[in-house]
Write a protein of this length. Structure first.
Length: 400
């Protein structure tokens, strides 16, 4: 007969086994030939860049994007509650600049909706969104906008974060963790279920979808919230891995910790609210695509996921020593799925991002994670705050 302790331990072990199995399934899917997104040439594209005090970085981004635009396309910067030269730099670079001053309603979502509202008088075929500190791979605008136009669905490019060569070694571990989340798992989701998440930058919407959505919110993880809303409405994003969008982790420890805190704590809170209802609705409607997206959403950030599985596995060993084997029979395969998934991801996809020589930085990465979930990290995730850029302390960089 199963004891009360054994039964209670079996519940989290079973949940983690389900999530770890799906985690491993995503990674296995990434090893298969990737699903190719359809492509078409939209008549016009409006590129929207939300920017709050981005004078130090926006010049390079604008030059990068302008090189990819056609005469019919538009480049629009939303200078959102700026107190620096962001608007002036944008206009000198040839972008249209929308100036928004509303300190009561702060956040990226409000800036994006401000631009969409401005476009309603003369809408483009496709709206493309990219952050002010990102650089685009060759043809990224055409590839992502073309996928949105052809599929009549949202489209997300491959958005990766990089660590500078002289950044702390722990940033290389963070680079690998980001690659695992946004490249490997996304590729698996796309290949197996024809769905992906929006990941914050380098994504596009057909105007038929953009005109009917409302992005104006204080949601910290607006990309996850929008992904869930679109998937629930039958407009699941398509993944365009051949279109690269990159940014660089902040060099300073405090800036990196606060940035990670917003992503991770915000995603945890959102998943706690939405993952289970989304999964229940998907099962009730036999919607495999939405069920897969809900399970993906429910997977914890990698460090917490590993810590949770490891803790439950160790506790299951204690219960096993007392004669109860059910938690162990659930926790052991969960632990195996986790280890196998991370190992395969690193061997196949991640050795360039995290070379063997940098594996010793795992301890420093864990120390950084402690800052993420510390007092300052939690405080930064209470509301939208801008990530401090490495060039903030110096003079603004202007286009040549």
């Amino acid at each position: 007969m199963i004891s009360l302790i054994e039964a209670l331990m079996a519940i989290p072990a079973a949940i983690l086994l389900l999530l770890a199995a799906f985690f491993a399934l995503e990674i296995a899917g990434a090893l298969l030939p990737s699903r190719r997104a359809p492509s078409a040439t939209p008549s016009s594209v409006a590129v929207i860049i939300p920017a709050h005090n981005e004078a130090a970085v926006i010049g390079a981004t604008l030059r990068d994007i302008k090189a990819q635009l056609r005469p019919a396309d538009r480049l629009i910067v939303v200078a959102d509650n700026c107190t620096d030269a962001t608007a002036e730099i944008a206009m000198r670079a040839g972008a249209a600049c929308l100036i928004r001053n509303d300190p009561e309603n702060r956040g990226k979502g409000f800036a994006l909706q401000f631009a969409l509202d401005a476009l309603k008088e003369g809408p483009p075929a496709v709206v493309f969104f990219v952050d002010a500190d990102c650089l685009l791979g060759e043809g990224a605008v055409a590839k992502i906008a073309g996928a949105a136009a052809a599929s009549e669905r949202p489209a997300q490019g491959l958005y990766l974060m990089r660590a500078d060569d002289d950044a702390p070694a722990s940033r290389k571990v963070a680079e690998f963790a980001w690659l695992l989340m946004n490249q490997v798992r996304m590729a698996g989701l796309s290949t197996l279920f024809d769905v992906c998440r929006l990941t914050g930058s380098g994504w596009a919407l057909p105007w038929a979808i953009a005109r009917d959505i409302d992005l104006a919110s204080e949601e910290i993880v607006e990309d996850l919230a929008l992904s869930a809303a679109l998937i629930s409405k039958g407009a699941a994003p398509v993944f365009v891995p051949e279109a690269m969008v990159t940014s660089v982790f902040p060099y300073a420890d405090d800036g990196a910790a606060k940035q990670h805190a917003r992503w991770e704590i915000g995603s945890l809170r959102f998943a706690a609210r939405r993952a289970l209802p989304m999964l229940v609705d998907a099962i009730g409607e036999a919607d495999i695509r939405r069920a897969a997206a809900a399970l993906d959403l429910a997977i914890l950030p990698l460090t917490l996921f590993a810590a949770s599985i490891g803790a439950v596995f160790l506790l299951s060993l204690l219960v096993l020593a007392g004669g109860g084997d059910l938690p162990y029979r659930l926790a052991a395969p969960a632990f195996g799925f986790l280890i196998a998934g991370v190992a395969v991801s690193w061997i196949v996809f991640g050795r360039k991002a995290l070379p063997p020589s940098a594996l010793g930085a795992l301890f420093g990465y864990l120390v950084d994670k402690a800052k993420v979930y510390g007092k300052d990290g939690r405080a930064s995730a209470e509301s939208w705050t801008r990530t401090e850029r490495d060039g903030d302390a110096g003079p603004a960089k202007t286009p040549e």
